[in-house]
Design a protein around this ligand. Structure first.
Ligand code: SF4
Length: 187
């Protein structure tokens, strides 16, 4: 376990080298799971407001589903993105020419030069990292299912998400992570 700033990083996260290769995994994290991706009420509101903006990328069937409601609640009452059927691509996704499941929210942000984290849910943006804000501070864990595929010679998993992590924890925090890796000869 590492503590950098007020962020606790699990050993698994710290020791894993991984850099998502969409061409190999084909975006399966937007398709497989026990239930749709976890999101917050605020994220749901943002998606609702932007549904018309991403609608041209979605299938008619998925759009209809989302118009009825973006989320469902799990047994604990936590929100998840609604699913058309179990283990089918997220209704907010589309399939590109290469057969990769792509996120319409992400695509829309890139096209409009907006920050991805301003619209794409945090869980989705960071997966396979899993971050939680707890009473003792932030905790970063990870979960790498078999379908996750990495580029060759990857950098540490944390640094693969440096752009998003710096938007959340600040550039100085990411610099501190880089220095720590360099000190350990792992960067
Ligand atoms: S919201 Fe976007 S990133 Fe999240 S599961 Fe759906 S398509 Fe994938």
């Amino acid at each position: 376990m590492k503590l950098i700033g007020n962020v606790i990083i699990s050993d698994e996260v710290w020791d894993t080298k991984f850099d998502c290769d969409l061409t190999k995994c084909k975006g399966k994290c937007c398709q497989y799971g026990d239930i749709g991706s976890p999101i917050t009420e605020e994220e749901e509101e943002l998606i609702k407001k932007n549904l018309k903006n991403v609608a041209p990328m979605l299938s008619e069937e998925n759009l209809k589903l989302l118009e009825k409601g973006i989320t469902i609640k799990d047994q604990r009452g936590d929100l998840h993105i609604v699913e058309g059927a179990h283990n089918t691509p997220c209704p907010l996704s589309f399939i590109n020419k290469e057969g990769i499941v792509m996120c319409s929210l992400h695509d829309y942000c890139l096209k409009k030069k907006k920050k991805v984290l301003d619209l794409k849910p945090l869980w989705c943006s960071l997966f396979p990292l899993i971050i939680k804000n707890t009473s003792v501070g932030w905790i970063i864990n990870c979960y790498l299912p078999e379908f996750c595929k990495s580029k060759e010679n990857p950098q540490p998993l944390l640094l693969s998400f440096s752009e998003y992590l710096s938007a959340i924890f600040g550039e100085q925090w990411v610099e501190a992570v880089r220095k720590e890796y360099a000190k350990e000869g792992l960067g």
